[in-house]
Write a protein that binds this ligand. Structure first.
Ligand code: AMP
Ligand code: FES
Ligand code: ZN
Length: 308
């Protein structure tokens, strides 16, 4: 197979795009795809300070690599989730990445706040991923606001977005569909804009980019991911994609073009401020503070039940 751009021997075949590339042309293609997504959705303005949430996985490190390479002012944010060895190794990957490139990195460890994911999940009897998602959102927002950043970037890719869309559609979660966008403008002065520059590039495309750029990332999935419904949806979409390449791209793009605006038009709830942490909230407490309250109550009950 030959590279579509230069005719050299192709190294990557992209069935969804019905094309193939050699290594230099693939890197060019990938970068152009991301730049186009950023421009088309007006994700970033020159000179803005970007906080990039990096997990140590391929997507977020590829994103940081690209944004820094494009000349943006970036700072990494790593959240230590306290998930044993998985968290230790992912932190190492992020720290090595930042040090090798001389990029600034902020590390927040949930275990330092007594909020490691396994403990919180057990205390609140929630699925670890649900507790983790609530805490991640809170710490991303809080760090972006406290650090005076203009925008928060995450490494969500096409597979993530398609799986999330499928989950939202299967249950017709109108409020989630209203907010499923690659750019989320701030709905409160304490929120910053949130962007997902990789929302049109597949997990496979990002992995190839990371490999070609020599990015050392954590290959293992979070140990809590097994059995998560997100993986079930990803598996179903993978099967559809094999039978009909381009399905995921069309699903996400067409949703954003023709259906998302209708959902967004209905959802107009303005957040108030959380009585606990002061961040925006849709009730008296934000979902993070409600979760922490639950953990505290549970711990208080358990310790008072212990024999003196
Ligand atoms: P996930 O929720 O694991 O699918 O990750 C989605 C995105 O959230 C990643 O691409 C990162 O940008 C960000 N993210 C996930 N985990 C972390 C973490 N521990 N620290 C910082 N950012 C993270
Ligand atoms: Fe949050 Fe796995 S990354 S539970
Ligand atoms: Zn709060």
């Amino acid at each position: 197979m030959k590279c579509r751009r230069c005719g050299a021997r192709a190294e990557v075949q992209l069935r969804a795009h019905n094309t193939a590339f050699c290594r230099p042309c693939y890197l060019f293609f990938f970068r152009r795809q991301v730049e186009r997504a950023i421009d088309a959705q007006r994700m970033l303005v020159a000179g803005e300070r970007i906080l990039v949430a990096v997990s140590g996985g391929k997507d977020s490190l590829a994103l940081w690599d690209m944004l820094a390479d494009l000349g943006h002012d970036t700072t990494g944010l790593y959240l230590g989730l306290g998930i044993g060895e998985y968290s230790d190794r992912s932190r190492e990957k992020v720290e090595q990445f930042a040090a090798a490139r001389g990029l600034p990195l902020r590390v927040v460890k949930l275990e330092d706040e007594q909020l490691a994911v396994p403990g919180v999940a057990a205390a609140t009897r929630r699925a670890p991923c649900a507790a983790c998602g609530t805490m991640k959102r809170h710490y991303f927002d809080a760090a972006a606001f406290a650090g005076g950043f203009d925008v928060l970037a995450t490494g969500h890719n096409l597979d993530d977005e398609a799986a999330r869309l499928l989950g939202n559609v299967l249950r017709w979660q109108k409020d989630h569909l209203a907010r499923q966008r690659p750019v989320l403008p701030p709905s409160h002065p304490k929120f910053v804009r949130k962007v997902k520059p990789l929302y049109l590039t597949s997990e496979y495309e990002t992995a190839v980019y990371a490999f070609m750029r020599g990015i050392d990332y954590i290959v293992d999935e979070c140990p809590n991911a097994a059995g998560a419904t997100q993986l079930l949806y990803k598996g179903a979409l993978d099967r559809l994609e094999v039978a009909s390449p381009g399905t995921k791209l069309a699903f996400v793009k067409e949703f954003l073009r023709s259906a998302q605006p209708a959902f967004a038009a209905v959802e107009q709830r303005e957040p108030m401020e959380c009585a606990g942490c002061g961040m925006p909230a849709y009730g008296v407490l934000c979902s993070f503070c409600s979760l922490v309250r639950e953990v505290e109550n549970r711990r208080a009950r358990t310790s008072s039940a212990l024999p003196a």
